[in-house]
Design a protein around this ligand. Sequence first.
Ligand code: A3P
Length: 315
Amino acid sequence: MEGPQENAEDELILSSLPREMGWAIPDLYLFQQFWCPSILIKEVNIFQKQFEAKDSDIFVASFPKSGTTWLKAITFAIVNRQCFSSIHNHPLLTSNPHQLVPAVEFMYRGDIHCPTTEPRVFGTHTPFPSLPNSIIESKCKIIYICRNPFDIFVSAWTFFDKIKLEPLSTLKIEEAFEKYCNGIIEFGPWWSHMVGYWKESLAKPNKVLFLKYEDLKDDANFQVKKIADFLGFPFTQEEENNQVIESIIKLCSFEKMKNSEVNKSGIIYQFLEKKYFFRKGETRDWVNYFSPSMTEKLCKIIEEKFGGSGLSFMI
Ligand code: A3P
């Protein structure tokens, strides 16, 4: 427990940081160059200073609304497939992926427990440069899921509106878009978040695997095999013959997860309704929301922020 002195110090540090209104969380602070939700700033700090990574740990990293829930489910299913060979009593049928693969930031709020079996699989929205040293220095692995910024915007705008905390009111799409173009969103700017992990995946391909939501939609079989190989849990020929990959894909599919009783009601991380993590699960839904001028503006930002990085998006 923190004493009054620590609380006062925290307040003092926060008051020196630039502050903006979030989409779901009333205050965002520009902390280590990203817009950290006020309710997680202390937790990110503790994560950085105290987290001790094990070589066998796995991190599912993402910018919010990029497909985190899906990748958490797939990763959990891949690494635990020997323990739960029957698809009928699988933990993913009775627990939400965020309960099986906790977000480290929320773990430090005491909302959810640290995994007790190895390999431990964690989620994180913390940008690469702010990860604890023990993650960088250990042999643990990171899988990053990236999504095209158009679909992220729509997914975020609809999701954050449903989960927003008092006293926030609904952001009009134009207001949200303005913030988005300025990088002001929970864990934003989205471009530096993506580029940070992208560069690390190029520099250390055995450490960071960079995936795209669209590729996973397009050819889940190929991507699931790639993830399993990267994590050191490759599928055997026998498993391939027995359709194990197909079973994992089906278990983690949007339809299966959205319609699973466990994901239809209830709350995780104390205030997030599980059902809101499953909306449409499609690519290119953005075309139903963007005006021509919004499209033009976002295309320009993408060109400006990603040009020369080698990271591109199918739009
Ligand atoms: P949409 O809002 O476009 O439908 P995150 O998990 O990072 O919060 O991302 C949420 C997005 O992933 C939502 O996108 C959600 O519907 C989609 N999603 C959730 N589970 C999925 C699954 N099993 N397969 C494909 N997409 C999924």
